[in-house]
Ligand binder design. Structure first.
Ligand code: FAD
Length: 502
């Protein structure tokens, strides 16, 4: 039997995620997996916050979670605090995990609105265990929480040092048999049908392969430059096209969440790691210059900068196909939607997951490969579009009127899918059914509610519940959670005890 030959171009986060997942899938089988990366070109070097499915990815590889967190300088992330998005001096939280519990089979959000008619029942986030922990800067692994704490529905992700993650996954992949080549790909050779055959490297070496994974970053060397797959540009919906990124000293307490603070022409991220803070101003250079963005970023740092800010450029959108011929693009080579909800690395692991489900081999015919590619492209496009709509939601509901950037995003035409979702919510508080969607109802509810949107009516079935009784039950539940949370270690204490970088 012929051996499958996989070639991965690029050794950033995407390349090493692909290499480790493929190596794990093929353990004990005769395949050859080669990863080419160029230390001369380097990696994008940002991408330091993820969402909960990344934890599953790490576990599925068989890696020890706490050792991994220690190795990558990681901290825990229970959600994102959005400051000044709805209006200046307003903030809201998008949590991970559950948001309340259904009452008599009724969606919690509808019960919350109903209970509000009978008196104060606090903030929506008082009912999201992750948000309750985040507010108090406390952390404990949800599956180890006492069943009666009310906090079990919490979920979490990570903040980490991207270069250390690539190094950890590289070690894992190389131990599992992946061959690493440090060289520049200088030419990509295809056959007459456009199928990629061979990479010519700067070392003079030639690499022949059956399947090629393009993880070459924004260059998109194989899918974009070689196969000429066009790019769907979504800048009219997500107009930010630049970022100024800088690392700074981190002192004091470590919040278990990312902060996204809206600015005149975009927003600033703050990502706390064990050994430093990651910061960046994501902006549109139609509305602010690079120098102004850097100055604004530096002025808002909480610790000393560790280097000068670095400017990155991008165009939000995706390639029309992410799998074409025998080439699959992962990471920035396939598209980028801006880092507002930290979804880019998730899209890499999602792409890998679908690839491993569809897994072509050397015996797959061209027609069969086309069928697999069509399925893959459909699934990935659905994910990209869902995430695009969710990101647009953060902008389009703003009440801000204080800069041309905010006026643009407030008034921009919306995609039909998002318009439908908003109309449905406005009319009834309902959201479309979840079909393998990344952002479940509680996420949409958190952002819609946080941005001040309220439905005209909640579901009429909820009226059968006595509002005063529901109000009482809700207030008791949030008090119980807040009290239980006070018994937990602080986030800093938890890290020191279980996963401090040696
Ligand atoms: P890169 O890191 O650019 O790697 C490309 C690789 O290809 C490198 O190894 C390079 O050497 C190699 N290469 C290129 N050309 C050649 C060649 N000719 N020959 C050989 N090798 C070559 N994602 C998140 O999930 N969370 C975040 O918080 C987040 N924040 C972000 C903030 C910004 C401003 C940006 C721009 C992105 C952010 N991302 C985030 C996205 C995240 O950084 C990327 O998805 C992730 O790092 C994967 O990048 P990559 O591996 O595709 O590309």
């Amino acid at each position: 039997m012929k051996t499958n030959r996989w070639i991965i171009v690029g050794g950033g986060t995407a390349g090493w995620i692909a290499a480790s997942a493929l190596a794990h899938q093929y353990r004990n089988q005769a395949v050859s997996i080669t990863l080419v990366e160029s230390s001369e070109i380097g990696t994008v070097g940002v991408g330091e916050a993820v969402i909960p499915p990344f934890i599953t990815f790490i576990r599925n590889l068989g890696l020890d979670e706490q050792q991994f967190i220690a190795a990558v300088g990681g901290t825990f992330k229970l959600g994102i605090e959005f400051k000044n998005w709805r209006r200046q001096h307003h903030s809201y939280f998008h949590h991970f995990g559950d948001l309340g519990r259904p009452l008599n089979g009724n969606d919690f959000y509808h019960c919350f609105l109903h209970a509000g008619r009978a008196g104060d029942c606090g903030d929506l986030m008082d009912y999201a265990p992750s948000a309750v922990m985040a507010r108090q800067h406390r952390f404990f692994l949800p599956f180890k929480l006492a069943p009666d704490s009310g906090l079990n529905g919490a979920n979490y992700a990570l903040h980490f040092d991207a270069s250390r993650v690539a190094a950890e996954l590289r070690r894992f992949a190389c131990d599992a048999g992946v061959k690493r080549v440090d060289a520049k790909v200088e030419r990509v050779l295809t056959d007459d049908a456009g199928t990629i055959q061979t990479l010519q490297l700067s070392t003079g070496e030639q690499l022949d392969g059956d399947y090629f994974i393009d993880c070459s970053g924004f260059r998109s060397l194989l899918l974009g430059q070689t196969l000429n797959i066009p790019y769907d540009d979504w800048s009219d919906l997500l107009p930010c096209n630049s970022a100024a990124a800088v690392q700074s000293e981190h002192t004091g307490d470590t919040p278990p969440y990312t902060t996204a603070s809206a600015q005149d022409a975009g927003w600033i991220w703050r990502i706390p790691l064990q050994h430093r803070m990651g910061n960046g101003y994501v902006f549109s250079n139609d509305y602010i210059s690079d120098d102004e963005a850097c100055a604004s970023l530096l002025a808002q740092l909480t610790g000393k900068p560790l280097h000068d800010p670095r400017i990155l450029r991008f165009t939000t959108g995706m390639r029309q196909q992410l799998w074409a011929k025998n080439c699959i693009a992962l990471g920035l080579a396939g598209g980028f939607l801006e880092p507002l909800e930290s979804t880019a690395i998730h899209l890499v692991t999602r792409g890998v997951q679908f690839l491993l489900q569809l897994l072509p081999t050397v015996a797959t015919t061209e027609t069969q490969c086309q069928a697999l590619a069509a399925e893959y492209n459909q699934r990935m496009r659905a994910d990209y579009e869902e995430i695009r709509d969710f990101l647009v939601l953060h902008y389009c509901l703003t009440e801000r009127d204080d800069s041309p950037f905010w006026r643009y995003v407030r008034d921009m035409p919306l995609p039909a899918s998002l318009k439908h979702r908003l109309a449905l919510f406005d009319a009834s508080g309902q959201l479309p059914p979840e079909n393998d969607e990344l952002f479940r109802k509680p996420s949409w509810q958190a952002v819609l509610h946080g941005m001040g949107r309220r439905p005209a009516h909640y579901h009429p079935a909820v009226d059968q519940l006595d509002a005063a009784q529901v109000n009482q039950a809700l207030n008791a539940a949030r008090q119980q959670m807040a009290n239980a949370c006070q018994q937990l270690p602080t986030h800093n204490e938890f890290i020191q005890q279980f996963c401090a970088t040696p």
